[in-house]
Design a binder for this molecule. Sequence first.
Ligand SMILES: [Zn+2]
Length: 64
Amino acid sequence: MSAHEELRMHLTQALTRTTEPDVQAHLHAALESCQELPTTLVTCPACGAVGLPERIEVHNCRQG
Ligand SMILES: [Zn+2]
């Protein structure tokens, strides 16, 4: 399971466990934001590391 799928799973589970309208609204908003997250992996042009764009941006690049 990818981190993206895991995030959706946790949000969906949380939705089934609350009857608070405020909390449900926040969880629905989070699920919508989740759908807009990039799911395609990118490759670091310097070292060839593969991962999510936000991870590659901050990874420990072997090329310095
Ligand atoms: Zn790199």
